[in-house]
Design a binder for this molecule. Sequence first.
Ligand SMILES: Cc1cc2nc3c(=O)[nH]c(=O)nc-3n(C[C@H](O)[C@H](O)[C@H](O)COP(=O)(O)OP(=O)(O)OC[C@H]3O[C@@H](n4cnc5c(N)ncnc54)[C@H](O)[C@@H]3O)c2cc1C
Length: 458
Amino acid sequence: MSEIQEIVIIGGGISGLSTLAFLNKFGKKAILLEKQLEPGGVMRSKKTADHILDFGSNSAIEKNLAVRELIEFLELENEVMYASRASSKRYILKNNKLQGLKGPISIAFGGLFSWKAKFRVIKEIWIAPRMSQEDESVASFVERRLGREIVDYVFSPIISGIYAGRPEEISMKANYPKMTALEQNYGSIIKGAFGKMRESMKNKAPKEPKPSKNIFSFKNGMQQFAQSIANKYKEQIYFGAEVQKVEKYHNNYLITYRTNNETKTITSKYIISAAQAFVAKDYFSPLSQKLSLALDKIYYPPVAILNLIFNRSDIKQKLDSFGFLIPEKERKKFLGAIWSSVVFPNRTSTDKAAFTLFVGGTVNKSFVNNLEDSLAIAKAEFMQIMGISAQPLVENHKLWEKAIPQYNLEYPPIFDAIQEFEKEHPQIIISGNYYKGFATGDCIQNAKDNALKLSKLQ
Ligand SMILES: Cc1cc2nc3c(=O)[nH]c(=O)nc-3n(C[C@H](O)[C@H](O)[C@H](O)COP(=O)(O)OP(=O)(O)OC[C@H]3O[C@@H](n4cnc5c(N)ncnc54)[C@H](O)[C@@H]3O)c2cc1C
């Protein structure tokens, strides 16, 4: 006998779990099927007597009001930790040295950019906008408008630090539509930024509440977020339930899943798909080959997280920052390092310092062929940059073979194919970090929008 449910969510990462929470908030019940035996997807944290480590996402930004709304709804305000003041500074590696960045003055007058690059940025005002509306890579847009050095020492480290990607491959249209609009509407991004500022000063309309944009995590690491939702709605979650296929069944859908070596089915009116694209492509193949082919094209580069803890007394570098990012030109095995215990001081005891290194990404995707060697090289490079004289007290890693979906130049037609599928199947909602934004805040905003949409349907 097939179980009957009104709404089924597939996937218990933050996208699926926050959808479950918002659905409950809006008065709708749902069942969530999660393949693993624990919640969180790429949110993975480990707490021991001495330290707290994150093996996936490290923090998130309150980039929209839905994030705060969810935290308050879950009554987690006292569990949230905000990034320390000390971590407001950032470093970029240039010529194997850390260059500090804190505010526009250090960017304009610090040593990160040559004078030639600074003049080239000012020249942007006089550069004619591109006529073509075709998509282009971030590298192509930024080089055209601001010059190559800005690609190499701003966008290369940012894109590899945030997306584990390369500006040469990332789509401008999919990731920075506001910047392209400034060029199109004002003729220049600098003129556009000032124009927007003037318009918002003139606009006397009452100001909408704004998100804080603060960086946050939780006392026990990011997985605490997912775990708190799972604890609250434990009766609505089936762990160890791996969805295999979704088929049309009269006016509903039949979901087949494996659990404890058994095959079971649920008949459901609505489905929210929040598993990764490379999984959804399989379970949706009975419904749409076109969608499956599109999802199959989404590229997820591999990333390994390397957690290291050292004695503070063995570190020469002043610990006064969020961490550093590494431009591709610097040719290192890792993409950057978060100084985890500077950002969230409870990550280890005060006489020690915890760091999280990101290894691999699109730049170094072949590192997986030689994982142990690559991690050893990354550790040695990191120790050299930081002036660390003794081996770490704690060393742990986790490999994500398919880590972060790339909104690259191949992405826009994939987005169109997903939208087309949703039109053909209005009872199915595609969610997850490969659609409408991959950051934690985007996943939560999408979860709220989707839950609201479903709560209004009969
Ligand atoms: C290494 C790393 C670091 C990151 N750091 C940050 C950061 O610091 N800040 C930030 O904002 N974002 C960060 N992100 C991005 C952000 O954390 C993720 O995009 C977000 O957590 C993804 O959530 P999700 O629920 O969409 O997907 P996932 O977390 O991937 O969850 C998908 C879930 O679906 C389940 N599943 C898979 N197949 C099936 C199946 N057949 N049946 C049922 N369930 C299934 C999986 O087990 C998993 O639990 C990071 C991502 C990675 C990989």
